[in-house]
Design a binder for this molecule. Structure first.
Ligand SMILES: [Fe+2]
Length: 393
């Protein structure tokens, strides 16, 4: 079914390219400038969006083997992801049940057991407490009640989604609305993580707006990746998630029926995953994607983006050089062009001289993104499942 949807999108992209037109939203849309710098709004976004929505905390390629783990901070929450000997990914709050310190230092590695560095309590890949140092002296407790606190987690389409609220009952199915079936066409579960880097950026929404925005490509990026890029965009939403693509003739595929197009061609464009991920395809040392993962920083005017460069095939030495060059370019484009411009935007908006910013009829991606944020800030926990199921029905 999802391949048929990809083919339908490809046909539609070609029709628009032939006609030289794009779809437009009904109106130009206004977003309050304060939404980008108001500290109260920022706290509400962290609480109502980042602490309630499933977040992509890692590509599967970051912990491919049984025993692999990743410890990280996400929106102030210390998280431990483990892949058990059974291959299943689990997620926990990375906090010892004894006195609360992080059981595992942030980073990745491979372990069967996790020993807390403070007093030596030991936990399994499943989060079970199995060892208390000097247990007789400590006193009797029921170990079964003192495992690590599990977080809701799902591994789909080669991505690991986690909800930072242990009590959440939000349905991943409702939230994703079939978008994961589309993303599965990359086959990311078998790809290789080549490298990752983290970049400091402006307010997370200023940064994220850019990933849904093709309008700026031939202007801001004229000297790097945008010289011949189209500024036209077609948006395909699944609930809050959106694919962004330029109307495309796919000239080199002209003699091949669309049904036979390889997934590399059918998957072109940018796939955003609400609220904080973008996946864009590249060729640099072979077929590859850059997955950008954004998190709000400590304050409203800072964010952090981790770029994961993920390759379909593990590169040989020559391909690794090409991959490195492409990854260097992408880092430079985002840091020196997108985020440098974003910091200037942040400064100007914060000055208070502008009441609102505009998203044009050709910028539907940003329009929908900001509308979703507003909707989520107004939605109670108990209504979340209904909100998403309603959209995707
Ligand atoms: Fe950009």
């Amino acid at each position: 079914m999802s391949r048929e949807q990809l083919v339908a999108m490809a046909r539609r992209n070609m029709e628009y390219a032939d006609a030289g037109t794009v779809e437009q939203e009904p109106d130009v849309y206004k977003v309050a400038a304060a939404n980008y710098y108001d500290p109260e709004r920022f706290e509400a976004e962290k609480r109502q969006i980042f602490r309630r929505m499933p977040l992509v905390l890692a590509p599967s390629a970051e912990l491919p083997q049984p025993g692999d783990y990743k410890a990280m901070e996400a929106v102030g929450m210390p998280v431990l992801l483990t892949r058990g000997q059974d291959g299943t990914v689990r997620a926990f709050i990375n906090s010892c049940s004894h006195r609360g310190t992080a059981v595992v230092v942030d980073g990745t590695g491979n372990r069967r057991k996790f020993v807390c560095p403070y007093h030596g309590w030991t936990f399994t890949q499943r989060g079970e407490l199995v060892g208390i140092a000097a247990e007789d002296d400590f006193g009797a407790i029921d170990k079964a009640e003192y495992g690590l606190t599990p977080l809701p987690v799902q591994e789909r389409a080669g991505l690991i989604w986690c909800i930072l609220d242990p009590d959440s009952d939000l349905s991943f199915d409702a939230f994703l609305g079939g978008y994961d079936d589309m993303l599965a066409h990359f086959g990311l579960e078998n790809w290789h993580l080549y490298s990752k880097r983290t970049i400091r950026g402006p307010n997370w929404k200023i940064a994220y707006d850019g990933y849904m925005d093709l309008y700026h490509l031939p202007v801001l990026h004229k000297n790097t990746i945008g010289a011949s890029a189209s500024n036209q965009a077609l948006y395909y939403p699944w609930g809050p998630h959106q694919r962004v693509i330029s109307p495309n003739r796919q000239q080199d595929m002209e003699d091949i029926p669309v049904e036979d197009w390889p997934s590399e061609v059918l998957m072109v464009g940018v796939w955003t995953i609400f609220p904080h991920i973008s996946i864009a395809s590249f060729r640099g040392g072979g077929r590859s994607i850059m997955l950008s993962q954004l998190f709000p920083g400590e304050t409203v005017d800072e964010s952090f983006t981790t770029q994961y460069y993920i390759m379909e095939e593990a590169p040989d030495a020559e391909q690794a050089k090409e991959a490195e060059a492409m990854f260097d370019l992408l880092e430079k484009v985002v840091e020196d062009e997108d985020y440098a411009t974003g910091f200037l935007q942040q400064r100007a908006l914060k000055s208070g001289g502008r009441e609102f910013v505009l998203f044009g009829r050709n910028e539907g991606g940003g329009q929908r993104f900001h509308a979703w944020l507003d909707r989520l800030l107004e939605t109670d926990d108990k209504d979340l499942n209904r909100l998403f199921s309603g959209v995707n029905e």
